[in-house]
Ligand binder design. Structure first.
Ligand code: IMP
Length: 425
């Protein structure tokens, strides 16, 4: 299975970084294909903790080609800081390729993200305020600046001359300060100089790797429920983290995507606003938050916590074709009261899908199946057979209600705390 997509199957923060890191050790290429530094991965190995936002998880292995593909929106300053941080942590030799077609998060995107959120007031999306939405908005309005533009003074100047009057009008309409063209030109060119050696046509690179039958891991950020097309709109991010978007966002043909691994927590979390049917606003929710360290990697906000919702997983499966599941943070549930949501009730009717409107989704009541808890410490278990019976029953219930096979289980933060049932790469 040489080309595997890892995608979040809930509202993001499923622990994708750990599985990507695990699988990346076997990959030749690791690709980020959408989003930007709104994502956050924590990877733990050799007693070191690394926080990645933009860099793909293969960055720790010298032999792996790491690609930031064209579907991404890149804050170059944040990228340079991240590179500096990993260098200071001793990771000095790595391969990084940045798509010349990826879009650049400009300083005014950050200003506009904050301003629109303030104006929305109680209806705010709860964005990460990293300028993601405004940058994608400009991409689709054709007002964007791409990485290639940073490499050539004439190209960047021409883009800024065309775009900046419009952006400055928009900034002024929010009561924000306009930007000076010379300032942005010099800033952009200085970024370009610093990343020049990494910039390339990553569509060509990836297609060459496919011809060589290289093992490629596509690393989705966020999760299916935050997908701009299939998520809980408008409480979503501005890109599609689904396997379906890998092709267009990486510049490769769709036939080259082989399999999809859906990453999910053993429970559910969400950051930001929006409906969350199985949310637990009680001591159980607090216990899961503390045990699971459920605080955002990017914004440090406490995550909202709830019971496992398989309507969400089945939605993710349908819209993107998940082949296998990886269950994360199973150890967090040890000793806790367990329930799994298998369907919703909406206005007296049982439904097994996510309604399109927020008003309907806010009205659904989760229907649960209760399961017995286990009390044994599972964090040292390395083989499925050694898991307690009640724990296996919880996993079997997930397989039964999703008709999907579990291929990996995570029982702790380290690479070592992983049970592999079926090797996918
Ligand atoms: P944005 O992507 O910053 O525009 O934020 C839009 C929504 O997506 C907000 O609810 C964020 O909290 C959420 N979001 C964005 N990135 C992530 C992520 O990596 N994990 C979880 N939630 C995210």
């Amino acid at each position: 299975m040489p080309r595997l997509v890892l995608q979040g199957s809930q509202w993001g923060d499923e622990g994708k970084g750990k599985i990507t890191d695990y699988l990346a050790q076997k990959a030749d290429v690791v690709v980020r294909f959408q989003g930007g530094n709104n994502a956050g991965h924590t990877i733990v190995f050799d007693n070191h903790k690394y926080a990645l936002k933009l860099l793909p998880s293969g960055i720790f292995s010298k032999h792996i080609k790491n690609v930031l593909a064209q579907g991404m929106v890149i804050n170059v300053e944040a990228l340079l800081n991240e590179i500096q941080t990993i260098k200071e942590q001793g990771i000095t030799s790595f391969q990084l390729y940045i798509s010349s077609r990826a879009h650049v998060i400009m300083p005014y995107h950050l200003d506009l993200d904050g301003a629109s959120e303030s104006l929305l007031g109680d209806n705010k999306i709860g964005t990460t305020k990293k300028g993601i939405g405004p940058c994608y908005t400009d991409k689709y309005a054709r007002f964007g600046i791409r990485i290639a533009d940073l490499l050539e003074k004439d190209a960047l100047k021409a883009r800024l001359e065309a775009i900046l009057p419009i952006k400055n009008k928009e900034l002024e309409s929010y009561g924000l300060k306009p930007y000076d063209l010379e300032y942005l030109l010099n800033l952009g060119l200085s970024w370009g100089d610093k990343i020049r050696d990494h910039v390339t046509d990553t569509s060509i690179l990836l297609t060459e790797e496919i011809k060589k039958d290289s093992k490629i891991l596509f690393e989705g950020a966020q999760g299916a429920m935050l997908c701009i097309e299939n998520g809980t709109y408008p409480y979503v991010t501005s890109s599609s983290p689904l396997a379906a978007s890998v092709s267009i966002n990486s510049g490769i043909a769709p036939k080259y995507v082989d399999k999809v691994l859906g990453i999910m927590k053993a429970y559910t979390t969400r950051v930001g606003e929006g409906p969350f049917p199985t949310e637990l606003n009680n001591s159980l929710g607090d216990a899961i938050r503390e045990k699971g360290h459920e605080y955002g990697t990017v914004t440090h906000r406490p995550r909202r916590v709830g019971y496992l919702d398989l309507v969400v997983i089945n939605h993710a499966k349908r819209v993107s074709g998940i082949d296998y599941l990886a269950i994360m943070l199973l150890d967090v549930l040890t000793g806790l009261d367990l329930k799994i949501c298998y369907a919703y009730e909406l206005d007296g009717k049982v439904i097994d899908y996510i309604p399109a409107t927020l008003t309907e989704y806010q009205r659904v009541k989760p229907l649960y199946v209760s399961l017995p808890s286990w009390n044994e410490d599972i964090s040292k278990v390395t083989c499925y057979q050694d898991l307690p019976d009640n724990c296996k029953a919880y996993l079997k219930k997930i397989e039964e209600l999703t008709s999907l096979k579990i291929s990996m289980i995570s029982v702790g933060p380290s690479r070592e705390n992983t049970i592999v049932i079926e090797d996918l790469l």
